[in-house]
Write a protein that binds this ligand. Structure first.
Ligand code: COA
Length: 322
């Protein structure tokens, strides 16, 4: 195999600035324009996170990136990857180099690394700092992943609405509680709630959000007589989390996002979730947000009651590594 053969796969441990820009360029050349990303988003996603190890596999031709696969594993957090899964967070081959086995070779290298890290399965997207929750639909990549023995585990939706004319729907009722933006002194209340009610990914994400220096008031807290009984996370144009993850380009600016959102298990079915969602949407609306995404959900009917429509779907793909 010559050095210029794109099947010559190289493992990269440190993703430097040049590689960050090259990855954004590769992705933008490989995926549709309404899934565009910037180097800033790549940089956010490859920064260190507690328990996370990553390995990037690349193929280069004449010094330019021809393809890449980014593998991510999370150690010591079994409640976040309860199936022992690792993630293929980014997988792309430049159009000029397709159908020569490059995608398969990159994926195989990434899978072998995940298996060596102890992962029982590999999932497409959906990592702790995801580029996508799964394979974006529609896509020409589905036959590739089928050929590589990935199977569908269902569909996740990004829902969207223009909040310019938002008014609370009838489903919003009085509750025995209040919803307020969190303040820095509520960090422990938020984390205690999440450890109790959502100890997996949402708890991990909140800890990472705070460790990264995220603005606590991006969380809305539902308070009842016993303390925090719900929370939802908002993204504004000046929030730390990049809006690009929600690919809002087809929506009217300014863009915002809502989610995760959750209420204590024993308080569900009593209007608390609707009140929390309404408070989050009103806050986004009052801050001038128009196009708003509620990401990575299966609750299509619930959000439809608040004017949200299906915006983008993702096929959740995984394969066993055992
Ligand atoms: C998916 C992708 C990575 C495949 O890269 P590739 O280098 O062309 O894939 P390979 O050559 O290794 O293909 C392996 C097998 O997959 C199947 N396959 C790949 N692309 C296919 C296509 N467009 N149509 C039908 N089958 C396809 C074939 O069975 C192929 O084997 P064959 O060529 O011997 O028939 C590339 O098309 C891509 O970058 N797509 C856009 C990026 C994307 O959607 N990434 C997912 C988001 S994380």
């Amino acid at each position: 195999m010559s050095a210029a053969d794109p099947l010559d796969i190289r493992a990269v441990d440190t993703v430097d600035e040049r590689m960050i820009d090259a990855l954004a360029e590769l992705w933008n050349g490989a995926l549709p324009a309404d899934l565009a990303i910037t180097g800033a988003f790549v940089r956010y996603n490859v920064q260190p996170s507690a328990g996370v190890a990553r390995r990037l596999f690349v193929a280069e031709v004449d010094g330019a990136l021809a393809g890449a696969a980014l593998a991510t594993v999370l150690h010591g957090e079994p409640s976040v990857n309860s199936h022992g899964e690792g993630w293929i967070d980014l997988m792309a081959v430049a159009p000029a180099h397709r159908r020569r086995g490059l995608g398969r070779a990159l994926l195989a290298a990434a899978e072998a690394w995940l298996a060596g890290q102890g992962c029982a399965q590999a999932s497409i997207g959906a990592g702790p700092r995801p580029f996508t929750p799964g394979l974006p639909d529609p896509t020409d990549a589905a036959p590739f992943f089928a050929a590589c023995r990935y199977e569908s585990g269902g569909t996740a939706w990004d829902m969207a609405s223009n909040l310019a004319g938002y008014t609370p729907p009838d489903v919003v009722r009085e509750i025995a509680g209040v919803v307020r933006p969190a303040t820095p002194r509520h960090a422990d209340d938020l984390l205690a709630f999440l450890r109790r009610e959502f100890p997996g990914r949402w708890r991990y994400e909140a800890e990472a959000f705070l460790a990264d220096g995220g603005r606590l008031s991006d969380y809305m807290l539902l308070w009842t007589e016993r303390g925090v009984d719900g929370c939802c996370l908002l993204t504004f144009p000046d929030s730390m989390r990049p809006m690009e993850r929600y690919y809002p380009y087809r929506l009217p600016k300014p863009w915002g996002q809502l989610g995760s959102i959750g209420v204590s298990a024993d308080r569900r079915g009593q209007g608390y979730g609707a009140a929390l969602l309404d408070a989050g949407l009103r806050r986004l609306h009052d801050n001038g947000i128009n196009g708003c995404v509620i990401d990575w959900t299966g609750l299509v009917d619930f959000y439809a009651r608040f004017g949200f429509e299906r915006y983008r779907s993702y096929t959740m793909l995984a394969r066993s590594l055992q």
